[in-house]
Design a binder for this molecule. Structure first.
Ligand SMILES: Cc1cc2nc3c(=O)[nH]c(=O)nc-3n(C[C@H](O)[C@H](O)[C@H](O)COP(=O)(O)OP(=O)(O)OC[C@H]3O[C@@H](n4cnc5c(N)ncnc54)[C@H](O)[C@@H]3O)c2cc1C
Ligand code: SF4
Ligand code: SF4
Length: 427
């Protein structure tokens, strides 16, 4: 790459992709480093996104396709930031490109390796009902569309007892000898777009996630609704994979509670509305939906209309925080909740309960970047209004949900704002 200025974007979710696109378009050399083997972040796991119900996978794919058109952008998937030194105008960043054990240039994603692989591993967020092989594609339509081998579970790395994928690969793309590669990037500025990680809902022991099979999180429910998910898009009870007769949604799990996180996750309420909408779309009046909320916070374009439509669609709204979840002998679940709207204590039995959980910032690079954290654990900005994208370290900027919880539209706008600040800072 030969242009004058260069930037490192850390995190390949929608925010990182948008910042990459903006700065590549104005002639920066852009390096986009993503720790996972697939680009797109959380938005690429979502089949339907509020408020327009657009397909999240398609949306991230469009962004990615625009990015790869630019010769100024270099994408480094499955790579880790090892060390950051220097200052604005002269950062030196050591990046480790992890071994995929598959030659990316040669792999055509034909899937032959996957077919013969004898090892099966549960997939992330798929509730122990979705599986992948040790030779696998990181998602059904990943970008980039390349396979990789998981050395933690692969038998070749365990005891040398298998090399079936190497034998079958028509492109000779399987390379067990591949090593982690090191690259030093010289960049003028850095944009951190590492997004969020889901709150560990087992901390809310009253809700029994992990103990009761039919208690799942919002992200897990997204996988149930997704035609590429473990049930082909059917919303079912997890234990018997049958149609539920009712589903409960509990809001603010881990949020707005001084003992955990005092802040609002900002997407949980509207997400629960979307989740109930998708349930009703699938089963209509055959299935009851109960949303237990503290306050209904639906902010943003078209959000109020979306809320009103769902309210009128037969979904039950209960203004209260439920007690603990109790499991009945047949695996269904009971909660007691005092409904402030009707002043009644209700006892509700459902087949599936969805915990709409807090979003925590992904700040694992804090020590390497030396950016202080604020009271809520997010990277500290210079000023919450006047310089929300700037960190106290000159030349390091923030974009997307790593700043605070936000939806996709906001993450895209914040990314463009970060790109603008980064651009101006070195003119
Ligand atoms: C259950 C659920 C449903 C949602 N539904 C909707 C919806 O319908 N509509 C909507 O608008 N919003 C929705 N959201 C919010 C949406 O997911 C976020 O707005 C969006 O993902 C934010 O994008 P981001 O790029 O900032 O962060 P992320 O999507 O979190 O992406 C961050 C990226 O950075 C990478 N990364 C992390 N650490 C590192 C590191 N150290 N080095 C390199 N890379 C790193 C991650 O792997 C990831 O790819 C939902 C959220 C949840 C939890
Ligand atoms: S068999 Fe070879 S070319 Fe086909 S997906 Fe596997 S590694 Fe890629
Ligand atoms: S060598 Fe590993 S990845 Fe390849 S088929 Fe065997 S177990 Fe699967």
């Amino acid at each position: 790459m030969t242009n004058k200025h260069s930037v490192l974007i850390i995190g390949g979710g929608v925010a990182g992709l948008q910042a990459t696109l903006d700065l590549a378009r104005v002639g920066f050399n852009v390096y986009l480093v993503e720790v996972k083997p697939r680009i797109g972040g959380h938005a690429s796991l979502l089949h339907r996104t509020f408020p327009t119900l657009e397909n999240g996978e398609e949306l991230t794919k469009k962004l990615f396709q625009n990015v790869i058109k630019h010769s100024n952008a270099k994408i480094l998937p499955y790579s880790e930031i090892e060390k950051v030194e220097g200052s604005i105008g002269d950062f030196k960043v050591k990046v480790l490109k992890k071994a995929r054990y598959v030659d990316e240039e040669k792999c055509t994603a034909c899937g032959e390796c996957e077919k013969v692989c004898p090892v099966t591993v549960p997939k992330d967020y798929e509730m122990g009902i979705g599986f992948r092989k040790a030779a696998y594609l990181p998602s059904p339509h990943p970008v980039p569309p390349k396979h990789l081998i998981d050395p933690q579970h692969c038998l070749y790395f365990k005891d040398g007892s298998c090399h079936a994928c190497r034998d079958v690969c028509p492109e000779n793309a399987v390379v067990f000898e591949q090593k982690t590669e090191e690259e030093i990037l010289d960049v003028d500025v850095i944009i951190v777009a590492t997004g969020f990680k889901p709150y560990d809902v087992t901390k809310e022991s009253q809700y029994k996630h992990g103990a009761y099979r039919n208690v799942i999180t919002g992200i897990e429910y997204e996988r149930l609704c997704n035609p590429n998910g473990p049930t082909g898009g059917k919303i079912v009870r997890i234990d018997n994979k049958e149609k539920p007769s009712s589903v409960g949604y509990i809001l603010c799990v881990g949020s707005r509670d001084e003992q955990n996180h005092g802040y609002c996750c900002r997407v949980g309420c509207i997400n629960a509305l979307k989740h109930a909408y998708l349930l009703k779309k699938q089963y209509g009046s055959e299935v009851e939906a109960y949303i237990c909320y503290i306050d209904m916070r639906t902010i943003g374009k078209k959000a109020e209309k979306f809320y009103r439509n769902i309210r009128e669609s037969g979904v039950n709204f209960i203004h209260g925080e439920p007690s603990e979840i109790r499991e009945l002998p047949d695996g269904s679940l009971t909660i007691d909740v005092y409904d402030q709207a009707t002043s009644k204590l209700l006892s509700i039995t459902t087949d599936l309960i969805v915990l709409e959980a807090e979003l925590e910032p992904e700040v694992d690079l804090q020590e390497k970047l030396k950016i202080p954290l604020n009271d809520d654990g997010f990277f500290k900005e210079v000023h919450p209004q006047l310089a929300a994208n700037e960190t106290p370290i000159q030349g390091i900027f923030l974009a997307g949900a790593v700043q605070e919880p936000m939806n996709i539209a906001e993450a895209l706008v914040r990314a463009s704002a970060a790109a603008t600040r980064a651009f101006i800072s070195i003119q």
